[in-house]
Design a protein around this ligand. Structure first.
Ligand code: G4P
Length: 532
């Protein structure tokens, strides 16, 4: 059973869970994620005017300015989850922080979605950040819809672009629309499955045509380019892979749409396609059993913590993805890590800018749970069952620093503070086995700025960073305990424990890391770890 049928406007949906589409947008900075988000929210009526999301973005932080970081966090809380309705579906769009606030949160958010839109700039093709985020999606085989944006500008040959994406990502592509014209002559999209054309997003229904040679198509193209563009369209119709739902759901085939978010081309194609094919909420593995979304009892996991909406109070919002059942305001939930029941007095929903109390939420929804430090990333909440969800990952940091404290008397306090902030996911903390001071690791440099400011303002601990001797680290494991022990003993000066005590090997360079990997085939070096 899945989603809306072919004409989403006319479809009557079945139950609250099957109506949900929880997704994220992945892209390289400047490809058009903000513009596209805004256009999607406009469809859902979640915002009234184009420019609202952008206006927020423009108030963004410059780095290292605490007030601005705070302001930015305020914004990112509000835009962390955007819920809107369209075509009888409830869309939960989870924001993946980009630009300079790129962090582990960006990666972890992908553990809470069921599908992703990959936005690609038609002039640039695959860029570094897209590739990285795609790899994180692939870890979980998240189905991906590709949106090739900025067709209203000078862009690359569509077939060349498709080839590049297929080869770089080892992903099959199936165009479901094709651009009519490009650059200044971009006039709309051709739906390859339905044989309809749509000139602008405002047009709700596509206009039926008899095929590429239909004069309605030709009429949209300028004289000089007409023949070539029509030939391309015909070639796409016969030569490209057909869309295959199963391949998409398994994560190895991506439907492709073309458009211009800025000029209102192709976005309605996109939202209709999401309503039609994007997967409904999936289940989640736990340590005991697989939990299905339609099970009656509520369960969920925390994938993100946002702290300090008000720096004078230690208030935090834990973002929880509901995995099964129904969450109702006022219910009590069991926190698996401690076994304690905690009341959910004020769970919150996020509608674009506004927060509102969540009276009820279903599988696939994301709710914010205000708390004072009780909840950690990776935590499981249930209606009573003692299970721990798997699948909220930690990623090996790309930047490692040694923390130096200006007042050595406060070392114990610093340790506690670092522990708390690591539980929130601000940074990762690694305690070297040889007793030397702790290291912190991050995937985005802004996380270090946030750490300095929070240590100072919340704990009264001025800290600085020293370059660490190490540049890369990996969790290590082996099927054979003795082999792992021997490895750890031999490399004692390079071993550390993470927050949960799991062993981490630290290398002075990527070269040394590879060298050790080659020399120790019985040891697994991993750059992703599930929260336990
Ligand atoms: P991001 O969130 O992925 O970083 O991208 P964003 O939407 O902010 O877009 C980056 C720039 O690209 C913006 O221009 C935006 O207007 C432009 N853009 C987005 N989609 C399209 C499109 O379909 N066609 C064209 N031609 N441009 C597009 P900017 O000059 O950086 O910002 P602004 O001055 O427009 O605010």
């Amino acid at each position: 059973m899945f989603g809306a049928a072919k004409h989403p406007e006319k479809t009557i949906m079945i139950d609250p869970v099957s109506r949900r589409r929880t997704f994220a947008i992945i892209s390289h900075p400047d490809a058009g994620k903000t513009t596209l988000t805004e256009k999607l929210l406009l469809f859902g009526g979640a915002i009234q005017l184009a420019g609202e999301v952008k206006a927020k973005r423009n108030r963004r932080a410059t780095r290292s300015d605490w007030m601005n970081i705070e302001a930015e966090r305020g914004i990112s809380v509000m835009t962390s989850v955007m819920t809107f309705e369209y075509a009888d579906c409830v869309f939960n769009l989870l924001d993946t922080p980009g630009h300079e606030d790129f962090s582990e949160d960006t990666y972890r958010t992908l553990s809470a979605v069921d599908s992703a839109i990959m936005v690609i700039d038609a002039a640039k093709g695959i860029e570094a950040r897209t590739l990285k985020l795609f790899e994180v999606c692939r870890l979980r085989d998240i189905p991906i819809v590709t949106f090739i944006n900025k067709l209203d500008r000078e862009s690359r040959d569509p077939f060349e672009l498709l080839d590049e994406i297929e080869n770089t990502l080892a992903l099959d592509l199936a165009p479901v629309t094709w651009p009519i014209g490009r650059g200044r002559s971009f006039a709309g999209t051709y739906d390859l499955r339905a044989n309809t054309i749509r000139e602008l997003d405002e047009q709700t229904e596509g206009t039926p045509v008899s095929g590429a040679q239909d004069e309605k198509v030709g009429a949209l193209l300028p004289d000089g380019d007409r023949e070539q563009m029509l030939e391309e369209l015909e070639l796409a119709q016969v030569g490209c892979k057909p869309f295959d739902l199963q391949g998409f759901r398994e994560g190895h085939l991506s439907p492709v749409l073309w458009g211009s978010a800025l000029r209102n081309f192709g976005v309605r194609d996109l939202i209709n396609l999401l309503a039609e094919i994007a997967p409904t909420p999936r289940g989640q593995p736990s340590d005991a059993r697989f939990i299905e979304p339609h099970e009656p009892k509520m369960s969920g996991f925390v994938f993100k913590i946002q702290a300090n909406m008000d720096p004078n109070h230690r208030d935090r919002i834990a973002f929880m993805r509901v995995v099964s059942g129904k969450l109702t305001r006022g219910m009590k939930a069991r926190l698996s890590r401690t076994g304690k029941m905690i009341p959910l007095h004020t769970p919150q929903f996020f509608f674009a800018q506004d927060r509102s109390l969540a009276e009820e939420a279903y599988a696939g929804d994301v709710v914010g749970i205000p708390n004072h430090g009780t909840l950690r990333i990776g935590d499981t909440l249930t209606e009573g069952e003692a299970i721990v969800f798997r699948g909220v990952p930690s990623f090996a940091p790309e930047i490692l620093r040694r923390v130096s404290l200006k007042d050595a008397m406060k070392a114990k306090k610093m340790k506690e503070a670092l522990q708390q902030l690591a539980e929130e996911g601000v940074v990762q903390v690694f305690t070297p086995h040889d007793g030397s001071p702790a290291l912190v690791g991050v995937v985005g440099a802004l996380q270090l700025d946030v750490l300095v400011e929070r240590m100072k303002t919340e704990y009264g601990l001025p800290i600085a960073f020293e370059p660490a001797r190490f540049e890369a680290c990996r969790w290590v494991n082996s099927d054979d305990h003795a082999t792992l022990d021997k490895f750890m003993e031999k490399n004692r000066g390079s071993m550390a424990a993470d927050l949960d005590g799991s062993p981490v090997f630290m290398a002075t360079s990527a070269f040394m890391l590879n060298y050790e990997k080659d020399r120790n085939p019985d040891i697994r070096f991993t750059d992703v770890k599930d929260y336990q």
